[in-house]
Design a protein around this ligand. Structure first.
Ligand code: BGC
Length: 447
C-alpha cells in the first residue's frame, strides 16, 4: 500500500448549483429563470422533470449542513440564484432572496466550512432572456449590478467568489448545440454569448476590486482533454481545433487577453464573426486570483471532413464509461492541468468540479457505489501527480454533494456522494461519501 499525501492546507469540498438542488421555484419572490421555462417546455428534459422541488435544499439548510459536517469538508461550493436576488433581472433587489443565502452562509461559517460562491450557474432571469438574454450586451451590466448587490451583502462573510460556471456550456451547449436553456442552434449566437459572458466576467472582477471586497475572485471554465487518434497531421490539427474551441477559447481571453488565432481564423473562414468592441479584451483579462477548473472527460479525435464544424469525430471505443456513457480519462485530467500551467503560468487552481454518474440504490441502508470510488480515486491520483509536477492546485471539490437535477437528463443521472430519494427526499450517504472522508479528515489517500 502507498500513501499519497496532499499539501498542507489543501481544501477538500463538494459542489452544487442552485437550480439543481434548491426547489422552491416560486417562493419568497423568486421569478422564473430560463431553466424553468426550458424544463417546462415539452421535449427538452427527460421524463418532463423540472427543478420545481429538486432536492428541496431551500428548506433543508440544517440537514444539508449536517451532511457536509459529517463528511468533514472544509469548503462548500454552491451557486446563488440570480432570479431570487434580482427577480426581474434588473431593478429591485429582493431581501428574502438574500436572507436565504445569508442563513446558509452564516451556518456554513459557524460550522467551519468555507463558502465558495458561484454567481452564475446558468439560471438567467427569464425576463432578461425575453430581451435577448446573453446575446444582448445590456445583460452584461445587469449581471454586474446583481453581483454588486451580492458582494455588498456578503462582504467579509464570503472570501471565495466565482463569476461564471462553465462558459462553454452557457454559450456553445446552450446556443449552438441547443441541449441546454435557452435551446438555440445558432453558432453566431453562441459566439456572441461567449463573448458577452466573458465581458460580464471581466466587468464583475473590475467592480469587485473597485468596491474593495475582501477575498478572492476567480472563474470556473469546464475543460476536457482530447488526444489525436493518430500521428497524422490531420488528426493533430483536428485535435488542436477541438481543444482550442473547448479549452483555450475560454482561458486565453481571460489569462492572456486574446482569443486563440487558430480558432478566430477558422470561424471567420466559415463566415462567423467574433464581435469584439474596443476595450473588451482589457476588461476580460482583468487579473483573477484563482482559476476554478471543472473536469469530467475527454476523448481521441480523428479527422473527418465535414463531420462537424471542426471536421473531426470523437473516437471513444477504447475508454471505459460512466453510467452517463462519458469516457473515463483520468490521465486527461493530469494532461489538462499540466498544460494549463505550462501555457498560462502559476495561477492558483481549485478543482471546482470533478465526479461521475453512477446509479446505485440503497439496500438495507447502504448505497454501494464502488465505481464512483474508483473514478474519484483515479482522478485524485492524477491530480496528485499534477501537483508533484508543479501545478499549483489548492483544493478539490467533488461534483456533487448529492444526487440532483442533471439538466436535460432530469433526475436520471445521479452524481452525488449522497443518494436522494426524489419521492421522499430522504438523504442516504453512499459508500463514496464514507470513502471521501479519509481525504477530508486526513489529507491523504491510501492506495
Ligand atoms: C455542471 C454541473 C453538472 C455536471 C455534470 C457540469 O457540467 O457544472 O451543473 O451537473 O457538470 O454534468
Amino acid at each position: 500500500m502507498t500513501t499519497v499525501i496532499f499539501p498542507d492546507g489543501f481544501k477538500w469540498g463538494t459542489a452544487t448549483a442552485a437550480y439543481q438542488i434548491e426547489g422552491a421555484h416560486d417562493e419568497d419572490g423568486r421569478m422564473p429563470s430560463i431553466w424553468d421555462t426550458f424544463a417546462k417546455t415539452e421535449g427538452n428534459v427527460l421524463n418532463g422533470d423540472t427543478g420545481d422541488v429538486a432536492c428541496d435544499s431551500y428548506h433543508r439548510i440544517n440537514e444539508d449542513i449536517r451532511l457536509l459536517k459529517k463528511l468533514g469538508v472544509n469548503v462548500y461550493r454552491f451557486s446563488i440564484a440570480w432570479p431570487r436576488i434580482v427577480p426581474n433581472g434588473t431593478g429591485e433587489v429582493n431581501p428574502q432572496g438574500l436572507a436565504y443565502y445569508e442563513e446558509l452562509i452564516d451556518k456554513l461559517n459557524a460550522s467551519g466550512i468555507e463558502p465558495f460562491v458561484t454567481l452564475y450557474h446558468w439560471d438567467l432571469p427569464q425576463s432578461l432572456q425575453d430581451e435577448g438574454g446573453w446575446e444582448n450586451r445590456a445583460t452584461i451590466d445587469a449581471f454586474v449590478a446583481y453581483s454588486e448587490a451580492v458582494f455588498h451583502k456578503f462582504n467579509g462573510k464570503v472570501k471565495k467568489w466565482i463569476t461564471l460556471n462553465e462558459p462553454w456550456c452557457i454559450s456553445i451547449l446552450s446556443n449552438y448545440i441547443g441541449a441546454h436553456a435557452p435551446g438555440k442552434q445558432d453558432l453566431q449566437a453562441a459566439l456572441d454569448v461567449a463573448h458577452h459572458i466573458l465581458v460580464a466576467h471581466g466587468k464583475t472582477v473590475q467592480r469587485f476590486r473597485e468596491l474593495g471586497i475582501e477575498g478572492e475572485i476567480g472563474y470556473a471554465p469546464n475543460t476536457e482533454w482530447r488526444t489525436p487518434y493518430s500521428t497524422s497531421a490531420e488528426d493533430i490539427k483536428a485535435t488542436e481545433l477541438r481543444n482550442g474551441s473547448f479549452n483555450e477559447w475560454f482561458l486565453s481571453p481571460v489569462l492572456k487577453g486574446e482569443y486563440p488565432e487558430l480558432l478566430t481564423t477558422w470561424y471567420e473562414n466559415k463566415g462567423y464573426k467574433v464581435k469584439v468592441e474596443p476595450g473588451d479584451m482589457a476588461i476580460i483579462s482583468q487579473p483573477i486570483d484563482f482559476l476554478g477548473i471543472n473536469y469530467y472527460t475527454g476523448s481521441l479525435i480523428r479527422y473527418a471532413e465535414g463531420n462537424d464544424i471542426y471536421n473531426s469525430e470523437e473516437i471513444s471505443s477504447s475508454f471505459a464509461k460512466t453510467d452517463f456513457d462519458w469516457n473515463i480519462y483520468a490521465d486527461g485530467f493530469y494532461h489538462v492541468l499540466t498544460w494549463i500551467t505550462a501555457t498560462y503560468g502559476q495561477i492558483p487552481i481549485y478543482i471546482t468540479e470533478n465526479g461521475a454518474c453512477y446509479e446505485a440504490e440503497p439496500q438495507d441502508g447502504k448505497v454501494n457505489d464502488d465505481a464512483r470510488i474508483r473514478f474519484l480515486r483515479d482522478h485524485i491520483m492524477a491530480l496528485h501527480r499534477a501537483i508533484e509536477s508543479g501545478v499549483p492546485v489548492k483544493g478539490y471539490m467533488v461534483w456533487s454533494l448529492m444526487d440532483n437535477f442533471e439538466w436535460a437528463f432530469g433526475y436520471s443521472k445521479p452524481f452525488g456522494l449522497v443518494h436522494i430519494d426524489f419521492q421522499t427526499l430522504e438523504r442516504t450517504p453512499k459508500e463514496s461519501y464514507y470513502w471521501y472522508r479519509q481525504l477530508t479528515t486526513g489529507n491523504q489517500l491510501d492506495v
